[in-house]
Design a protein around this ligand. Structure first.
Ligand SMILES: [Mg+2]
Length: 369
């Protein structure tokens, strides 16, 4: 068992940090004091005027299972899922603070593997650790606060979608949920205990669940870092809870409704080996309600929609629907989204995504790693 100072020093050694005091730099003071000091971004070159902050809890048994998920995957995802919220606002990720509590027997190889995963994500996203806290606890509990910079006028929010705006989503939806299903129920759909499925054929399917690819570049592009230096999206969110839930968040914040077409939604392809296993795996269901894809869901005024390429940085962009006026018939708490089915009939789409406190039909009995 090592003491706290040793663990903190180990965290600093393993993760990128940045010495403060660099002339013109954004960071006045990094790790090592009671708090980090971030210079006012206003004096810096245009496009980085505001500092954005977001925080995320990541808990053993709720979000991940240390008997199933490798420490490296847990570390990578911990930072990725927190940083995805900055991507959704169009910000450039800069720094993070890590609050980490764990049992004594996790302070050895497990911690090394975990930090390796966090470091990989940090380098990928261009972030440095600027502070944190550690404690001993009977399970692994962490909280990550992330910060980034953006041009305040260009920041993408959930509010701002107008009737007539087109709705787009990046990537394929349901991919992360399919990977989770594979772990919870096994390739044959019969497993009662969560387990990492053996065999290299599952690797690709598990990838989106284990190491989600967050959309930092797309967010910045939509916020104004594009050839026209123009904000393209009127509203945006990252898909963390599932399309039905996240689109509802945009509708609520913008005071509008939405109509989406089932046939247009980019769904994850379910391989034959799983389709024949006898357990119902519906790619549309996965896409509508599966969580943790960390793609961007955004609205674009029709005039700006022609500026959107078919893909950005190798990520496909798909038009899935249109923002509509908020229906007067809608009762409080009812769905704001209409789903046009494959047969052309329109049904209200209830919000059924991930909610840690939900006890409804869709609430998962198993953890949602
Ligand atoms: Mg989010």
């Amino acid at each position: 068992l090592r003491n706290e100072t040793e663990i903190i020093e180990r965290i600093w050694r393993a993760l990128p940090t940045q010495a403060g005091g660099k002339a013109g730099g954004w960071l006045r003071l990094g790790v090592g004091d009671d708090a980090a000091v971030i210079r006012g971004f206003a004096g810096m070159k245009s496009g980085v005027g505001d500092c954005l902050l977001s925080t995320d809890a990541f808990l053993e048994g709720v979000h991940f299972l240390p008997e199933v998920h490798s420490p490296g995957d847990i570390g990578y995802k911990a930072l990725a899922r927190a940083t995805s919220d900055l991507a959704a606002m169009g910000a450039s990720p800069r720094f993070f603070l890590l609050g980490l509590a764990m049992p004594a027997d996790r302070t050895g190889p497990w911690l090394d593997g975990f930090l390796k995963g966090v470091a990989q994500a940090a380098r990928e996203f261009g972030m440095v650790l600027i502070g944190g806290d550690t404690s001993r606890f009977h399970s692994i509990v962490m909280n990550i606060t992330v910060g980034g910079s953006a041009d305040g006028n260009g920041v993408l929010t959930r509010a701002g979608a107008q009737p007539g705006d087109l709705i787009f989503v990046s990537g394929a939806l349901g991919a992360a949920q399919l990977g989770l299903d594979l772990i919870l129920h096994g390739p044959d759909g019969k497993s009662k205990t969560p387990r990492m499925p053996a065999g290299s054929q599952w690797k690709k399917l598990l990838r989106r669940h284990l190491r989600p690819k967050i959309q930092i570049g797309l967010g910045r592009w939509l916020a104004g870092q594009n050839p026209w230096a123009r904000k393209i999206a009127s509203a945006a969110i990252d898909t963390s809870d599932g399309l039905s839930a996240d689109l509802n968040h945009i509708c609520e914040a913008s005071g509008v409704g939405a109509r989406i077409w089932a046939a247009r939604i980019p769904t994850v392809r379910i391989p034959k080996a799983l389709r024949s296993r006898g357990v119902k795996l519906d790619s549309l269901e996965l896409a509508l309600h599966g969580g943790e894809d960390y793609q961007l869901l955004f609205a674009v005024p029709p005039k700006a929609a022609s500026m959107l390429p078919q893909s950005i940085g190798g990520t496909r962009i798909t038009e899935i629907g249109v923002i509509v006026p908020r229906s007067k018939a809608l009762r409080k708490g009812s769905s704001r989204i209409e789903l046009v089915g494959f047969d052309g009939t329109t049904v209200p789409l209830p919000s059924q995504g991930w909610d840690p406190f939900s006890t409804g039909k869709r609430a998962r009995k198993k953890p949602n790693p």
